[in-house]
Design a protein around this ligand. Structure first.
Ligand code: AQP
Length: 333
């Protein structure tokens, strides 16, 4: 049966990019039915770069609240934090031994995050994609909804699965399909239309946080970088105008339209008209989520119970797959 897995790092607050590119899609896949859905706060991934322990705890719970407030139902989906399901790290070790250094070196996310000082990056950051492969393969997940930026890591997951199957002469790990859909698979920074919107961007003005209030959202959209021309009449006219294109994509995703349909509504508008409308739309869609998140955060014990229960359910799937992996590899039990 198809099984869906995806994760988000609790490495900061949620952004509009995470919401439109990932979480909202997670909720859709849950509600579509026909498959099991497993969603994860990848706390072990978060510590590949330094995290203040108190902030990590808070961000993990707040991310769980964000998932639930966005429509992830912990009864319908399995909601977990990675470190409470030890099989992720256990399979991660095996896959570290399958993945090749050369494959890892080609990962653009590592190059971006390690920057010019790769020698000072943690070993965990280098091995990040092998642990990500384990997150997926420990459930034999077949479909992984992600934003565009994760495409390369998912190709690597398939390479790792294929090498494992080949080296041990088994047909054990499935070839996972990325699911990259919708008008907002790559939401860009509000300050630079060529950079992706990111939780860890030093400029808060570059992103919309899910916890921003109506004033902050309106201000950030009003100040978003754009060129002086009005919006063109058609989608083709947005070619070479990344900032304008980004705002149209956000508008489209928030109104459940394709970018083409969105242009039929807003083509020809001046930014002075388009931006306030976009700000109103963003506030209308996001404020129910942020107020629900705030409500859920008043009872963190309940969030912790949900995650503990999720971990139990997840381990029922993961433990036999790990046991079989160890058996294939030759570990004495
Ligand atoms: N800007 C984005 N547009 C669309 N999708 C996005 N995603 C992230 N940013 C955008 C999707 O969100 C999911 C979770 O991402 P992650 O937490 O694993 O980390 P990330 O991709 O590295 O996201 P950030 O916000 O940029 O975090 P930091 O700053 O900590 O690195 C993924 O499915 C991703 O595609």
């Amino acid at each position: 049966a198809p099984r869906v897995f995806s994760g988000i790092q609790p490495s900061g607050g949620l952004t509009l990019g995470n919401y439109l590119g990932a979480i909202r899609r997670f909720a859709e896949m849950q509600d579509r039915g026909g498959h099991q859905t497993i969603y994860c706060m990848v706390d072990l991934h978060a510590i590949t770069v330094w995290q203040d322990p108190a902030a990590l705890r808070r961000n993990t719970r707040e991310l769980a609240a964000g998932f639930i407030a966005s429509g992830i139902d912990p009864e319908k989906s399995i909601l977990i934090n990675q470190s409470q399901v030890p099989e992720h790290a256990q399979l991660g070790w095996v896959l570290n031994c399958v993945a090749r250094m050369g494959w890892m070196k080609r990962m653009t996310q590592f190059k971006d995050k390690a920057g010019k000082h790769a020698e000072n990056a943690s070993l965990g950051l280098f091995g990040y994609p092998a642990l990500m492969a384990a997150d997926i393969l420990i459930y034999h997940a077949t479909h992984v909804p992600v934003g565009e930026d994760q495409k390369q890591h998912l190709e690597l997951t398939r390479d790792i699965a294929a090498k494992f199957n080949h080296d041990y002469g088994v047909d054990f790990f499935p070839m996972t399909e990325p699911v990259i859909e919708g008008a907002a698979t790559r939401v860009m920074s509000l300050r630079d239309g060529t950079k992706k919107m990111s939780k860890s961007d030093p400029s808060d003005a570059s992103r919309i946080n899910m916890t921003d209030d109506a004033d902050a959202i309106a201000k950030k959209i009003r100040k978003a970088k754009t060129d002086p021309e009005p919006l063109p009449e058609t989608l083709e006219g947005l070619e070479g105008r990344p900032e304008a294109r980004n705002l149209v994509n956000i508008y489209a995703a928030l109104s459940d339209l394709t970018a083409e349909q969105a242009m039929a509504h807003v083509g020809g508008q001046q930014f002075g008209q388009f931006k306030p409308m976009l700000a109103d739309l963003a506030v209308e869609k996001l404020s129910p989520i942020s107020s629900e998140m705030a409500r859920l955060m008043q009872d963190t014990a309940e969030i912790d119970r949900i995650l503990a229960r999720g971990a139990e359910r997840a381990r029922e799937i993961a433990a036999p797959i790990l046991a079989r992996t160890y058996e294939i590899v030759g570990m004495v039990r």
